[in-house]
Design a binder for this molecule. Structure first.
Ligand code: BES
Ligand code: MN
Ligand code: ZN
Length: 501
């Protein structure tokens, strides 16, 4: 889609040639004598203009307005969350008429966060999946203009928002593709294509290289599948070479049957989304390539299928991870942590300032937090707080969960150094405790996106989360410069009430 940023007053917006014009109204917007302002004032006086974000007043062929359809969308408190609510409601309402050109104008002041929120919401509501439809209904929306009082002042925010949209849409696209259209090999090919972007490089390892590295846990998950595993290494270089990178690790299970510990049939199709962590890493790199921020980032994606087969791992099998720790695989459905633990060990070689893994890891996290907030786990307060702040700022929220050592109790094994599952209780936390054993040498955070990466039911589809959160974090780090990123490991406030060690 073609996004444009324009300087538009409400009077000028009336002349915009568009199929639909959405007017975002802050509370108490001052009204003047132009056609739209008069309409707004009349509607307000008559009590027909709602004030809650998400409510709309539709006008058709209003006198003095070029666009045939106008939606007046109040902004409630005017904050970025209200902008998102208002734009989602307006774009969804406008979709019925299959508009090709849409204009969204802010009738009043708007800041970078408000504009970014509008761009992301409009893109979110107009995304259409087409890849595996024989007669796809194409995304009818071709052009979206955003009108603000001063376009020049918001240009940078606008460019970042459109780059973020490209990243989110790449993540949605790969998340939505069915397992037979998104194999580990295809995912690796998509990553390689990102290396066409400036300062992005990609390297892909196969089964032989992974075996040579000693990634016995990752290889064990892949061994029941006819599809060969891939280990994707992406790099973005935007800062001096000696600046420590942030490493992102994305779970890339392209289909999770559960293996021998087979999942029930109902909704098993949704396990095609089990590579949404990986897709979010690809999406972040897509956006970094556009934005070119001053930061170094490494993306690691272990990707394979979790299948049931004569060669598949069995409950009770003991495998040796790259770290040397042996793992008793008590449940083959707890495969995400097995592929991630080897990637976390591999991450050490980059001497990272921080490592963040992103994974659709546990059904327990869906029970705990639903689809609203991703689970955040970290023993490093500075890193956790930066990620929490990034989540709030991007409306891609997360919630910090505990990591008390007591939660690791159930991972004890009589036959290996550690078991891959504990009991049912606290399943999201025990999974994080397992990962933490492999992330000891750098500041680490884990995002469990099992509840937030996709929607079920009628609106079934990938959300592209947490690309927004991750980009917000990385851009904030790039603004702080390398020094702040490097020191994040030393600002741990152990013993404070917020410490989760
Ligand atoms: N990919 C699943 C987690 C999942 C399940 C995400 C349902 C979203 C919805 C993961 O590999 C898994 O199967 N986890 C198990 C762990 C258990 C065996 C300890 C789970 O959550 O049931
Ligand atoms: Mn599983
Ligand atoms: Zn899984």
């Amino acid at each position: 889609m073609d996004f444009q940023l324009k300087t538009l007053s409400i009077a000028q917006a009336a002349n915009e040639k568009a199929d639909v014009l959405i007017v975002l109204l802050a509370a108490g917007t001052t009204t003047s004598k132009d056609a739209l302002s008069v309409l707004v004032a009349q509607a307000r006086t008559a009590g027909d203009l709602p004030d809650k974000a998400g409510k709309l007043l539709a006008l058709y062929r209003a006198a003095g307005v070029a666009a045939p359809r106008v939606l007046l969308a109040p902004l409630g408190d005017g904050g970025p969350a209200a902008v998102r609510t208002a734009v989602l409601a307006a774009v969804n309402a406008a979709k019925g008429s299959n508009p090709k050109r849409m204009a969204i104008v802010f009738a009043g002041a708007v800041d970078a966060a408000g504009l970014g929120s509008a761009v992301l919401a409009a893109a979110d509501a107009s995304y259409v999946y087409t890849e595996t439809k024989s007669k796809p209904e194409p995304r009818s929306l071709r052009q979206l203009s955003l009108g603000v009082p001063d376009a020049a002042a918001l240009r940078e925010a606008f460019d970042q928002a459109t780059a973020t949209v490209a990243g989110i849409e790449l993540a949605k696209e790969w998340g939505n593709r069915p397992g037979n259209h998104c194999t580990p090999t295809m995912l690796a090919q998509a990553a390689k294509e990102l290396a066409e972007l400036p300062n992005v490089k990609c390297e892909v390892l196969g089964p032989k290289e992974v075996a040579k590295l000693g990634m016995g846990a990752f290889a064990a998950v892949a061994q029941g599948s006819a599809e060969p595993l891939r280990f994707i290494v992406l790099r973005y270089h935007g800062a001096p070479k000696d600046q420590a990178p942030v490493v992102l690790v994305g779970k890339g299970i392209t289909f999770d049957t559960g293996g021998v510990s087979l999942k029930p049939a109902a909704e098993m199709d949704e396990m095609k989304f089990d590579m949404c962590g990986a897709a979010s890493v690809l999406g972040v790199f897509r956006a970094l390539g556009d934005i070119q921020p001053a930061i170094n980032v490494v993306g690691l994606v272990p990707t394979c299928e979790n299948m049931n087969d004569g060669r598949a791992i069995k409950p009770g099998d003991v495998v040796t991870s790259m770290s040397g720790q042996t793992i008793e695989v008590l449940n083959t459905d707890a495969e995400g942590r097995l592929i991630l633990c080897d990637a976390l060990t591999y991450a050490k070689r980059f001497a990272p300032s921080a490592v963040i893994d992103i994974a659709t890891l546990t059904g327990a996290c869906v029970v705990a937090l639903g689809g609203v907030r991703s689970g955040l786990f970290s023993g490093d307060d500075a890193l956790a707080e930066a990620l929490e702040a990034a989540g709030e700022a991007s409306q891609d929220r997360c919630w910090r969960m505990p990591l008390d050592e007591d939660y690791a109790e159930g991972l004890k094994s009589n036959f290996a150094d550690v078991a891959n599952v504990a009991g049912r209780a606290g399943g999201a936390v025990t999974a994080a405790k397992f990962l933490q054993r492999f992330a000891s040498d750098y500041p680490w955070a884990h995002l469990d996106i099992a509840g937030t990466a996709w929607k079920s039911g009628a609106a079934k589809g990938s959300t592209g989360r947490p690309v927004g959160l991750l980009l917000n974090y990385l851009l904030a780090q790039s603004r702080k410069g390398g020094a702040a990123a490097k020191s994040s490991g030393k600002t741990q406030k152990a013993g404070t009430s917020r410490s989760r060690k």
